[in-house]
Write a protein that binds this ligand. Structure first.
Ligand code: GLY
Length: 263
């Protein structure tokens, strides 16, 4: 399996004291903010151990979901697209991320999703220049179309995956990950989707769906701790697995991919 393009940078935002006030549909109880901060620190160390330079933004008390930075921008090798998150309470997160990205990506070359389009970049999975775009409760058809055009203008291909009828998936990447080359990980509800035909799909075992939100970062795959069958399958596929406890982020419907922008 070939390794995806090498990441050298990441952007994260530390969880705020009011992290528990964010959006969630999980029934796992409120998160422990101190524990979330400790898990976040481990996550950042793991990214650094993968060779990434990590920019840490301070907590933002106006946006309890602000630690889930991935949803606010799509960073590609051919430019940045700022999103228009589907949840109104999250729209204000984008400006600060745009500002932070200006250090690396000139504002003049950065575009944005416009109304009536909505897009959470947690619904966007890149696989070596091909993009899977989830249509979800957060990303609407207009947003997906704007993204597809933006990608095509840059020579990328894309397919849409409608997850609105699939239970338990907030975002496409709640149930899907690119592992390198033609290999994907996907939950059972997604594995047979026509958009995934022709790809080598590693099926995440029933009961371990949350582990589909794993992230290939250079030579390793970051995997949520507590899902031994998935970790074993990834190792059997020849991948180096690093398990990270993200239990407090799971309580807020987030996971490993949402916690950083990587490029
Ligand atoms: N709590 C993350 C989200 O709902 O967007």
């Amino acid at each position: 399996m070939s390794a995806p393009a090498k990441f050298t940078r990441a952007l994260v935002r530390l969880p705020d004291d009011n992290f528990a006030d964010g959006l969630t549909a999980s029934c796992l109880g409120p998160p422990n903010v101190a524990q979330a901060r400790a898990q976040h620190a481990n996550y950042v160390w793991a990214l650094e151990a993968c060779g990434l330079t990590v920019t840490r933004l301070e907590p933002d008390s106006r946006h309890p979901d602000g630690t889930f930075v991935e949803d606010t921008a799509l960073v590609t090798t051919r430019g940045v697209l700022l999103t228009r998150p589907g949840a109104e309470s999250r729209r204000g997160e984008v400006a600060a991320i745009a500002h932070a990205l200006e250090e690396c990506f000139p504002a003049a070359e950065t575009e944005t999703i416009h109304a009536p389009g909505t897009l959470d970049a947690g619904d966007v999975g890149e696989a070596d220049g091909h993009f899977f775009i989830g249509i979800s409760a957060r990303t609407n058809v207009a947003g997906a179309q704007q993204l597809a055009l933006w990608l095509a203008a840059r020579g990328f291909t894309s397919t849409t995956v409608d997850i609105r009828a699939l239970p338990g998936l907030l975002h496409l990447k709640s149930g899907f990950a690119h592992l390198g080359g033609r290999q994907l990980a996907a939950v059972g509800a997604l594995a047979a989707h026509p958009a995934l035909h022709g790809w080598d799909v590693l099926l995440v075992p029933p009961g371990e769906d949350y582990a589909a939100n794993c992230v290939r970062v250079n030579d390793v795959v970051l995997v949520p701790a507590g899902f031994p069958q998935t970790s074993a399958l990834l190792r059997a596929a020849g991948l180096r697995v690093v398990e990270l406890d993200v239990s407090e982020f799971r309580k807020m419907d987030g996971g490993l991919s949402c916690l950083s922008l990587r490029w």
